[in-house]
Ligand binder design. Structure first.
Ligand code: SF4
Ligand code: SF4
Length: 375
């Protein structure tokens, strides 16, 4: 059986595969994908990550064509995920899992995850017996390692890991711009996983491509230091440099992206002090140009009679302005609003505004946010 090599930390995510028709996510270019797989495996990497919904449910079959049918089962590690968001009762788990084995044409998965855990999904998965199902799969040898991908705050991660010590690893959204973000909490989540001794797989190291295409002012800071290094390389190396990270997934769409990733991940070196300083300067530039200059200081929150999560909503709005729909801002808005006043609950008392060191017109911004996210 294939095993992870800690020096080979680049995982191949099968969520943005090359397409024959750019408007049709199901039209995966199997020839190009097969060539990419050949090159990736030839360089000693072996971790392929797919999921039920990727490419409108065509990713698993593409993995089967380009990888499973062309390589012995012990030449790679295959990760797949239970689509918890589609599970409506205990009987769904077996059904989805069997479909996934059939789509991939394998007998087992090396890594198997509960997809997209967060507070609400955790409660639902617990109710339906999802964690017991994962343990059963492992006991039966149908999966080798069990874990979950996670999209919520560090305190929720702590709750899940406390309740489920059997989970062997976690998959986190971790990148330099979300490192101290109010809503993604990359750093706090990584620290939590490490406290529980769980190795981390990183997803979205380049924030859905947002950190691969930087504004000129930010790109220049990297270029000055290293003219040939791509912005994506800085983002992926930042994630791979963190203690406790065992794998960084990159959703590669072309041979040239793969070659770029291989050029610095083949013989990986963690970022040095000067490089980390560059990252910090780029983060400052990206923050400066964010749509609402909220620093998440929370001075406004205590004054709000409607318990409106003002900095949380501003973070979601900035996320959407900077990175479009890539990071599911609607989903983040719903999670930020859970149990709190919505943006539209603002009664325009203006108590919050006097406390804002950034002098943000909070009431006006909340109206814009309510219009976008509560329609
Ligand atoms: S103006 Fe709106 S957000 Fe500000 S304190 Fe009053 S209700 Fe809360
Ligand atoms: S006081 Fe201003 S800067 Fe601080 S969290 Fe509230 S809106 Fe953001």
């Amino acid at each position: 059986m294939a095993e992870l090599n800690p020096q080979k930390r680049l995982g191949f995510g099968a969520m943005r595969l090359p397409l024959l028709n750019p408007d049709d996510p199901t039209s995966i270019d199997i020839d190009t994908y097969s060539k990419m797989i050949d090159r990736y495996l030839a360089q000693g990497f072996c971790y392929i990550d797919t999921a039920y919904p990727y490419h409108k449910e065509h990713s698993e079959e593409a993995v089967c064509e380009a990888l499973v049918k062309r390589y012995p089962r012990d030449a790679y590690l295959l990760a797949d995920k239970m689509p918890t968001f589609l599970v409506k009762g205990p009987e769904y788990y077996e059904r989805f899992f069997d479909t996934q084995l059939k789509r991939c044409q394998v007998d087992y998965f090396d890594y198997y995850l509960l997809h997209n855990m967060a507070r609400d999904r955790f409660e639902e998965t617990t109710r339906y017996g999802g964690f017991e199902f994962m343990k059963k799969l492992k006991a039966e040898g149908k999966v080798r390692h069990i874990g979950f991908s996670f999209h919520d705050r560090a305190d929720v991660l702590e709750e899940i890991l406390t309740a489920h010590p059997e989970m062997e690893f976690v998959q986190l959204q971790l990148n330099y711009i979300d490192w101290d973000s109010e809503i993604i909490q990359s750093r706090k989540c990584l620290e939590t996983a490490r406290r529980f001794g769980k190795p981390v797989i990183v997803m979205e190291p380049a924030k859905g491509g947002g950190l691969a295409n930087l504004p000129e002012k930010a790109a220049e800071i990297f270029r000055e230091y290293s003219p040939d290094a791509s912005p994506a390389s800085w983002a992926i190396r930042f994630a791979a440099s963190q203690e406790g990270v065992m794998m960084v997934l990159s959703g590669m769409s072309s041979l040239s992206q793969l070659e770029d990733n291989l050029s610095y991940m083949e013989d990986f070196h963690p970022l040095g002090k000067e490089e980390l300083e560059r990252i910090s300067r780029v983060t400052d530039v990206l923050r400066e140009i964010q749509a609402i200059p909220c620093t998440s200081c929370k001075y406004c929150v205590d004054e709000c009679p409607m318990d409106i999560n003002i900095p949380g909503y501003f973070s979601v709005y900035n996320l959407m302005k900077q990175y479009g729909q890539n990071n599911f801002p609607q989903m983040h808005y719903r999670r930020q609003a859970l149990g709190r006043g919505a943006a539209s609950d603002c009664i325009e008392c203006h108590s919050c505004e006097g406390h804002c060191p950034q002098h943000i017109k909070i009431t006006d911004q909340l109206k814009v946010i309510a219009d976008i996210f509560e329609k």
